[in-house]
Design a protein around this ligand. Sequence first.
Ligand SMILES: [Cu+2]
Length: 108
Amino acid sequence: MKFRIILAATALALAATTPSLFAQGSMHHHGHAPSPAMTAAEVRAIDPGTNRITLRHEAAQDAGMPAMTMAFGMAKGLALPAGLKAGDKVQVRIEDVGGTPTVTRLTR
Ligand SMILES: [Cu+2]
């Protein structure tokens, strides 16, 4: 019995002395930037070998890019619509992944 009381007291003391842990957790939860908006684009080329996709995209405010044609990395596990090919009109989410402009979502 005494042992259980000591454990409970220790847990309380830990909670009281580590408020930053709890604060950090809640800040993280509320601190996520909203997902970047989808940007209209047209597929120019898909290269599964290098996991890259070339798009002619409209201005992407969140990525700070005017309209242009460029190659993007494709995020791990990115689901491409079946039969996607050059010329298809799509909507993409562009995000910086480790310094590489990357398509993290693509819909047709
Ligand atoms: Cu661009």
